[in-house]
Ligand binder design. Structure first.
Ligand code: ATP
Length: 211
């Protein structure tokens, strides 16, 4: 099965990690086949969408048979670069940054925060969750070439300046946990996760769109 990333719509690509995690669990429990209905119930995506998503990968489930779990997993592993470790840098070791360093994605996939930066003197040189905190002023010299993804957990007021410097240092993707909306060149991708906005939206939906 050949993966042609350009042909996968972005909405489908966003669901890949979700499918991947569920299929990994299935394989661990020894299951070899899965139907789109089973998948649909587990990942809460309707089965027509799943079938359409999977058709982009050239994976066509047979009626009454379902999808082959290990076949799909090996495809996802390649597509999501799971055979390769993706190294990530974190900037801002406050409450949220500290939590990420302890969590460090180790249970889910091959993504790992390999270094962190902060400006507070007492934090520099310390290890949190096995990750060393470096002095932010040394970012450009210290950041290895193979680290192109950054997590931003700094105060909003510092976010744009830090994003600019991260990009100068070779970062191509930023997961922005600050409320600041970042301006970046077209060659850089920013995913924005504002936890308080997400929570507010959930509360609003509960109130105004009861299930
Ligand atoms: P959080 O927002 O994660 O709960 P907090 O309330 O503990 O954190 P913030 O003021 O949001 O602290 O700052 C987050 C972290 O970002 C702190 O450790 C702070 O020292 C660090 N920080 C602030 N400015 C910069 C900067 N310019 N470069 C790097 N780190 C910075």
């Amino acid at each position: 099965m050949k993966s042609d990333h350009t042909k996968i719509p972005q909405a489908t690509a966003k669901r890949l990690p979700l499918y991947y995690r569920f299929l990994e669990n299935l394989q661990t429990s020894g299951k070899q086949r899965v139907s789109s209905t089973e998948l649909s119930e587990a990942v809460k995506v309707d089965s027509a969408t799943i079938r359409r998503d999977f058709s982009y990968f050239g994976a066509l489930g047979k009626k009454g048979y379902g999808y082959n779990v290990s076949y799909l997993l090996s495809f996802f592993r390649k597509t999501l670069d799971q055979d390769e470790l993706t190294k990530v840098v974190l900037v801002g070791v406050g409450n949220l940054g500290t939590a990420f360093l302890h969590y460090n994605f180790s249970k889910n996939n091959n993504t790992q925060i390999v270094m962190a930066f902060d400006v507070v003197e007492e934090k520099i040189g310390q290890e949190v969750g096995g990750v060393t905190i470096h002095e932010y002023a040394t970012l450009k010299e210290t950041l290895p070439d193979d680290v192109t993804v950054a997590i931003l957990t700094v105060p909003a007021s510092a976010a744009q300046g830090i994003a600019d410097e991260l990009i100068e240092a070779g970062i191509k993707g930023i997961l922005n946990f600050t409320p600041a909306r970042l301006t970046v060149p077209e060659t850089v991708r920013v995913h924005h996760i504002d936890l308080s906005v997400e929570l507010q939206a959930l509360v609003y939906f509960l109130k105004h769109y009861p299930i």
